[in-house]
Design a protein around this ligand. Sequence first.
Ligand SMILES: *[C@@H]1O[C@H](CO)[C@@H](O)[C@H](O)[C@H]1NC(C)=O
Ligand SMILES: *[C@@H]1O[C@H](CO)[C@@H](O)[C@H](O)[C@H]1NC(C)=O
Ligand SMILES: *[C@@H]1O[C@H](CO)[C@@H](O)[C@H](O)[C@H]1NC(C)=O
Ligand SMILES: *[C@@H]1O[C@H](CO)[C@@H](O)[C@H](O)[C@H]1NC(C)=O
Ligand SMILES: *[C@@H]1O[C@H](CO)[C@@H](O)[C@H](O)[C@H]1NC(C)=O
Ligand SMILES: *[C@@H]1O[C@H](CO)[C@@H](O)[C@H](O)[C@H]1NC(C)=O
Ligand SMILES: *[C@@H]1O[C@H](CO)[C@@H](O)[C@H](O)[C@H]1NC(C)=O
Length: 482
Amino acid sequence: MILRIISLLFGLFLLSTCQETPRAAADRIRWLPGSTFVEDFTQYSGFLSANDTLNGVTAQFHYWLVMAKQSVQNAPLIVWLNGGPGCSSLSGLFVENGPFRPSQDGKQLNENVYAWNRFSNVLYLESPAGVGFNPQTSTTWDDAKVAQANYFALNDFFTVYPDAGKNGVFLSGEGYASVYVTTLGNVIADNISAGKNTINLQGILIGNGLLSIRKHYNAMIEFSYAKGMNFKEDFDNLTATCCGNDSSPMNCDYYSYDFQNSDCGKMAYAFYTKLQKPEVDPYNIYQECYQLAKNQASANEFYGLELAANYNSSDPFDGFPCFAEDAITNYLQRADVQSEIHVLADQQKPIQWRSCSTLTNYGQQQSGDISIALGRLVNSLIWRQNNLRLLLYNGDLDLSSNHVGAQWFVEALNQQALTNGGDWRFSLNDSLYVGSTGGYYKSFDRQITFATIKGAGHFVPLSRPAQILQLVRNFVTNSTIA
Ligand SMILES: *[C@@H]1O[C@H](CO)[C@@H](O)[C@H](O)[C@H]1NC(C)=O
Ligand SMILES: *[C@@H]1O[C@H](CO)[C@@H](O)[C@H](O)[C@H]1NC(C)=O
Ligand SMILES: *[C@@H]1O[C@H](CO)[C@@H](O)[C@H](O)[C@H]1NC(C)=O
Ligand SMILES: *[C@@H]1O[C@H](CO)[C@@H](O)[C@H](O)[C@H]1NC(C)=O
Ligand SMILES: *[C@@H]1O[C@H](CO)[C@@H](O)[C@H](O)[C@H]1NC(C)=O
Ligand SMILES: *[C@@H]1O[C@H](CO)[C@@H](O)[C@H](O)[C@H]1NC(C)=O
Ligand SMILES: *[C@@H]1O[C@H](CO)[C@@H](O)[C@H](O)[C@H]1NC(C)=O
């Protein structure tokens, strides 16, 4: 009898931990059209409420949750945001670190074996309104409103998936999403401090983030010179005119000169102009995408590439980086896909999903520099008490949010360096190989790590999927990076 009661209790316990909330059950994805592989993980897609009564904002944000492939019970949660502002986080899911790679025509879905859900639950959140599948609202968005709305959406998420973040929550973002995760991190930390939230926040990851426009911009001079995109005489003349007696690159502020009316400004402008060519992909200067001779009307908004689909490109991914935008757009505009992921209201009218949308009058309050917001976060009581950690990682072929400026930025946070900087090893986890250099890294106080990924562009998981998986897993599980 006692045994029976115990087993009954046990059974009930199992039932209650495994059971989905009604909203989760409704949002569960049963099968994805075109999939060519067995999806050995659970996934959900639907809408979260981002209502913010304080600011009179009513909004719904679309989310897609992929659960970890293994040991879901112990898996952390990574929240992923793409930037823009205006770009959809589903690009992260389909083109970067998610388990899918659509074919160019959108008919098939192939597997990305280096998906981050190999070890973590990953929540892809489309933000704010008007982006991706998110319905348009009358709100004029700015950084602060986005932080609030993301916070409310995340709270709503935890009412639907109360266990998804119990092993730790990491906020991650790329490009402009550096602003989203930093401001959201502050809102969460403030609310935890005030006893108003119990989100188990453990860290922040920023990939090729917009950290300081001024620093990235100034660093483009050194970056392009070092990569052979500009030449010595130009460089010497530029520094002689602009830097006075102090030619140390960190102190030479080209950004402060008037481009039209000062000698330095005019020279710097000419220098930058040489970098702005359609065939130079600012997000990955080594990317090769051959352009079609005809029909170049629609430029690729997200990747900085033309809509060229060329399997004959010499890039190592059969041209995927070149036609990724086509692929994801074709796939997500399918009515059967939209129906399966619970975003389609009218079967006759599939939504014109776009990877990036224009947000009119978006207010950028961080003035292109997140050092104040990030400094506030890493010096907060919650950060120090709970040993939170920060990873700033940069693909080293990205001219836009380049690693040189990122390095200047992290040094300027004025945290004590714990290491001198060195390489981290990428291991194929196979006794035959000793591994290779994945990139370089340096650690600082407040559990801050700066790391580069060798040979990666702005979209690191697109160009170095295995390397960034290893780096992120080591960071999230608090293992050594090296
Ligand atoms: C959000 O606000 C809208 C508009 O006021 C309302 O219809 C909806 O029920 C609200 N959602 C939640 C979860 O409160
Ligand atoms: C908690 O978050 C809300 C929403 O962003 C914000 O308005 C509020 O100021 C925060 N509370 C505290 C104590 O910081
Ligand atoms: C660099 O400066 C020298 C001396 O002023 C000038 O003669 C030369 O034309 C300049 N070179 C370029 C590439 O602007
Ligand atoms: C630059 O160096 C020269 C020679 O050492 C000196 O005369 C001049 O004052 C310096 N200029 C500035 C702006 O420091
Ligand atoms: C690739 O090259 C082959 C042989 O030159 C050609 O037949 C084919 O059309 C090319 N494919 C693309 C997508 O350009
Ligand atoms: C490396 O391989 C071993 C044995 O195949 C496996 O147990 C381990 O989980 C792997 N480690 C990583 C980081 O993939
Ligand atoms: C992560 O590891 C570091 C160094 O081993 C340690 O000091 C820190 O407390 C760990 N963080 C957590 C949250 O366990």
